[in-house]
Design a protein around this ligand. Sequence first.
Ligand code: ATP
Ligand code: MG
Length: 394
Amino acid sequence: LPSDFKKALPVLEEIEKAGFEAYFVGGSVRDHILGLPIHDVDIATSAYPEEIKTIFNRTIDTGIQHGTVTVLFEEDSYEITTFRTESGYQDFRRPDSVTFVRSLEDDLKRRDFTINALAVDRNGRVIDKFDGLADLNKRVIRAVGKAEERFHEDALRMMRAVRFQSQLGFTVEAETAIAIKDNAHLLNKIAIERIREEFIKLMLGKSWQIGFSDFLNLDLFEYCPSFNDQKSNLEKLLKLDDKSFVDEQSAWTAIGYVMDLEPNQFNKMLRDWKVSNKSREISVATDKMLKQFKSGNFDIWDIYCLGVSNFDRVKSLCQLFRIEFDDDTLTQKVVNIPIESSHDLAITGNDVIKILGIKPGPEIGKYMSDLEHKVVEGNVYNNFDKLREYLLSK
Ligand code: ATP
Ligand code: MG
């Protein structure tokens, strides 16, 4: 057992001592078998949430209705979820009701893909009811049971398929792929926030071009904001070097770039995807800077105005799109910009009034802006005496 599981063993043992079953399940089992680093160890159990709460002292009711209790154990926390089945799914998204069950197999059956339906017991034995190990070996993503039915139950699973593809570099098994293509329109039933979350994981995955290619070929893109008539533009992304995006904003900018969107169209696309305001602002500034680099018509002041923090992202996008610029010289200049905003100037408007003996008014703003330019462009040091000297020399 890997160390993360070993640390959690006492938790399994406590549950078993109380007379219930408990297993490691989900992503951590899959990633452990693949030899990948694991994050959050999830546990499934035959004990009901109330029973779990009597076994452990420190618990949090994370999602009692769905059977999930978080147990704080030593310095770690574990999500412990009661075996359950789901039924209903009238609206193609969530189950109408969740039923707790005492059988592991029933719980594994409701999981999305065979590679996610594995469990590991306290002795490291793998419980594999749906040939998940064989699929891990073949590197395929296959729905548990009838793919068509599983996507009718929850259409988000189709986005999860291409997301895991991107993260793992797997292919989607043929029948599962056909079911995605046939049912892609059901994505319309899913909240955009949930689609976006999977889409971003897809774009940031190590093998994103594999996942993105099926996102296009299996028609999922058609049911995503701003994408529906953009297939040929979006395909341009598949011709680029298969290098990972450094962050969400880089991915969005690259998408806006191949779609050749104006800044206001790009902004609207991000609003439609309900990207956070912060992330949207960064993406829009990155997009503007990238286009300045492409036109070759920009200076150090432009970079400062759009945010020096976007510079590295733009540099890696330039590499991706083979946009050339004098990297060394420019990087040197950008690194040497001594301030982030006018607030960092070593002089204030009041100082200007005193030094020049003038009255408060709009003129002060002009002096300050001139000083800001001089400092950013490296012509005057950001030091009170130097700025004062410069003011007096004018
Ligand atoms: P990650 O490494 O991204 O956390 P994960 O496989 O753990 O991947 P989660 O979204 O954390 O994915 O879900 C945990 C487990 O719950 C999955 O492995 C899967 O067994 C099950 N699961 C999650 N979402 C669904 C869903 N929409 N339908 C069916 N099963 C699901
Ligand atoms: Mg997980």
